[in-house]
Design a protein around this ligand. Structure first.
Ligand code: ZN
Length: 163
């Protein structure tokens, strides 16, 4: 139920926490598969909305194979089998699948229409832009509940030893 209590500025903006180590692994995966897209699952914990601080944090990655052979440069798709395998990997680590990452070779780190049409609400979608093989900007997005648009999600790098 909606509350009418006043909220601090930016309170609506979701935040995704990730260690510098894992952020670097996503970037490296994007460089490795260039000029094709990389993709994978984000494993972690989500404490739910309404709690203060790090509600959602990436604690592991599950790299996937980009199965699109018709257009691997600009379209990634997550299959039902991928979801099952990622869920299994997460459960084995006591985590859950909290989102998905992929790269945009030679394109900005903004979701495409294709991305929106193939995304699900709730999950975090991390996109890393890779230009000429070098990883650039990394962004994160959440699909609005009506699936009409993505909203940006802040990425906070947690500086501590990797879990
Ligand atoms: Zn994309």
């Amino acid at each position: 139920m909606k509350t009418s209590a006043p909220r601090a500025a930016m309170a609506d903006e979701a935040t995704l926490w990730i260690s510098g180590h894992l952020a670097e692994k996503i970037r490296a995966h994007g460089a490795e598969t260039y000029p094709h897209e990389c993709c994978g699952a984000l494993l972690g914990r989500d404490a739910g909305s309404g709690s203060e601080g790090a509600a959602r944090e990436v604690l592991g990655l599950f790299p996937l194979i980009n199965r699109r052979d018709d257009s691997p440069r600009n379209r990634f798709s997550v299959t039902a089998q991928d979801v099952l395998q990622a869920d299994k990997a997460a459960q084995e680590q006591g985590l859950e699948v909290i989102g998905w990452y992929h790269s945009h070779p030679d394109h900005p780190a903004r979701p495409s229409q294709y991305d929106r049409e193939h995304a699900w609400p709730w999950y975090s979608y991390v996109i890393v832009s890779v230009h000429n093989g070098a990883p650039q900007e990394m962004t994160s997005w959440r699909l609005d509940d009506d699936r009409e648009a993505f909203s940006p999600e802040g990425i906070e790098i947690r500086h501590r030893a990797a879990v």
